[in-house]
Design a protein around this ligand. Structure first.
Ligand code: ATP
Length: 500
């Protein structure tokens, strides 16, 4: 079994983020005491809260805000024919190549793309474009030998051995398979789903009929997906077990571009509303479309290792439903009773589909990277640096910390009383160890938006100080106002309002 390789860290910032995530309980390597398992990670006590908040926000943005979008939770295991119909059995491949000296395996297309990026960084944009185009042509024609020759011609070397002693390029299917059934002879091969979307397609009519849904409508799903990625690098950016949040929106054929644009704009607003700076987001239209798509784009975020895909928006035509209709021999059509210009019903058709597909883990990494802040603070003559997570309060794992100034004089009791009155609505931390300054620092490091200090004055007039994570400013307010003060900042409402 492969063990956790040291993540090749592209730059210092990513390295800092990875160790921050580990040190403060966001992300641990899987099975770490056994040296880890490559490209698999566990979310710790802070990570699980942040991830749940991201998923919850996405879920509510889809289902609660849109009357015509409903949810689904399909199984990970599906009938093997599902993956035949979807094309995954035959063509969910990546071209791989091995270096004979280091025995390391690489994705041939990624190595060429990296070479092209190098040309671009050096200012030779034309050469970069020509190289990517040539690779596109070779892959399209399934000319794997040509891809190998291109790697050799470009003098691409293995970063480990430093040689160009390459094997042939081979196609490698990314699906994990396993056996169902206890008796070997009867057992049949099934797959761990490589995407959640197919669970939605095969349930299209179940949901449409039982929910009395009218086209246009959407089905949203959050769930695990598995891909045997050849090169798994860059921390949780590319994992072998990950979570997707996908929504398939079923529309009348001919109206798909209108909906494609609508969902593209909605998703753009969503990313901006959770606090990602606009200059860190890029919308990249696909030059080359998959055979079933008639429009597609990636929403990219500028990670420390460059602009990379976080979410895909795809106009998938009627490809998937038609494929499932053919293999299952069950009709997957919708009867559209609405009237056309001539006053006739539109009748039966297989709906077209707009898909929004985002990885929960990639979103997590995006949120973490954009929140990770280091700043210099000058106090009097001295300057010190501070690291904090500038998370949107709605996403922060802990909403407030209740901190009695000292461990005596009845302050812990008063603080506990405040904690108990707020805990029904907010995830909070109560802490009385160490100096107040140290406790503030600990909360900054996990991104807690508010620190509530309980001091002797609290006992006299029922007021507390509330320290703001980002400005470090403190305001004094009555305990009775705490609930609405915190709630205003942490509720999803401010985000939802920006999506309207
Ligand atoms: P990439 O080009 O990065 O391999 P993809 O185009 O294969 O991604 P899709 O199949 O469109 O990705 O999947 C939709 C989303 O699922 C991606 O935008 C990404 O956020 C997430 N995703 C896909 N593969 C992984 C992975 N191995 N680890 C984490 N997230 C992933």
């Amino acid at each position: 079994m492969a063990t956790q390789e040291k993540t090749p860290v592209e730059n210092a910032q990513l390295k800092d983020i990875i160790s921050h995530a580990k040190e403060y309980g966001f992300i641990f390597p899987s099975s770490e005491i056994y040296d880890g398992l490559q490209a698999v990670y566990d979310y710790g006590q802070m990570g699980v809260e942040l991830k749940n908040n991201i998923k919850n926000l996405w879920w509510k943005s889809m289902t609660q805000l849109n009357q015509n979008v409903v949810g689904l939770d399909a199984a990970i295991f599906m009938h093997p024919l599902v993956w035949k119909a979807s094309g995954h059995v035959d063509s969910f491949n990546d071209p791989m190549i091995d270096n004979k000296d280091s025995k390391k395996r690489y994705r041939a297309d990624v190595m060429i793309e990296e070479k092209a990026a190098q040309y671009e960084n050096e200012g030779d944009v034309e050469r970069a474009k020509a190289l990517t185009a040539e690779m596109g042509r070779l892959l399209e024609a399934e000319d794997l030998n040509g891809v190998r020759e291109l790697i050799i011609r470009e003098d691409i070397k293995c970063p480990v051995s430093g040689t160009a002693n390459w094997t042939e390029v081979r196609q490698f299917n990314l699906m994990f398979s396993t056996q169902v059934g206890s008796v070997a002879e009867d057992a049949s091969t099934i797959y761990l789903r490589p995407e959640t979307a197919q669970g939605i397609f095969v349930n299209f009519l179940n949901v449409q009929k039982t929910g009395r849904m009218k086209v246009p409508f959407g089905i949203a799903q959050i769930g695990k997906a598995f891909r045997n990625e050849i090169v798994a690098r860059q921390f949780i950016f590319r994992m072998r077990e990950f979570e997707q949040m996908e929504m398939q929106f079923f529309v009348r054929p001919g109206t798909e571009m209108e909906w494609y644009e609508k969902w593209r704009d909605t998703r753009r607003k969503w990313h901006e509303a959770i606090g990602v700076p606009t200059d860190k987001l890029r919308f990249h239209d696909h030059d080359k479309l998959a055979h079933y798509a008639n429009a597609a784009l990636d929403i990219e975020f500028e990670f420390p290792f460059g602009f990379k895909e976080v979410e895909g928006i795809h106009s998938r035509t009627d490809f998937d439903l038609t494929q499932h209709q053919e293999l299952s021999r069950k009709k997957l059509q919708y009867f559209d009773n609405d009237l056309n210009e001539e006053g006739k019903p539109y009748g039966n058709y297989v709906p077209y589909v707009i898909e929004t597909s985002v990885g929960a883990d990639r979103l997590f990494l995006m949120v973490l990277c954009s929140a990770y802040t280091e700043e210099e603070i000058t106090e009097g003559d001295s300057t010190k640096s501070r690291t904090f997570l500038k998370l949107h309060p709605a996403l922060a794992p802990v909403k407030a910390a209740i901190l009695p100034l000292t461990k005596k004089d009845g302050l812990p009791e008063k603080a506990t009383e405040i904690f108990d009155s707020l805990k029904y609505d907010f995830n909070m931390i109560y802490e009385e160890r160490d100096s107040i300054g140290k406790r503030y620092t600990r909360q900054d490091l996990i991104g807690t938006p508010f620190c509530i200090a309980v001091d002797h004055q609290t006992l006299e007039d029922n007021t507390v100080t509330v320290r703001d994570r980002d400005t470090r400013e403190q305001v004094r307010m009555p305990i009775s106002e705490l609930h609405s003060y915190i709630n205003k900042a942490v509720s999803y409402r401010s985000i939802f309002e920006q999506l309207a």
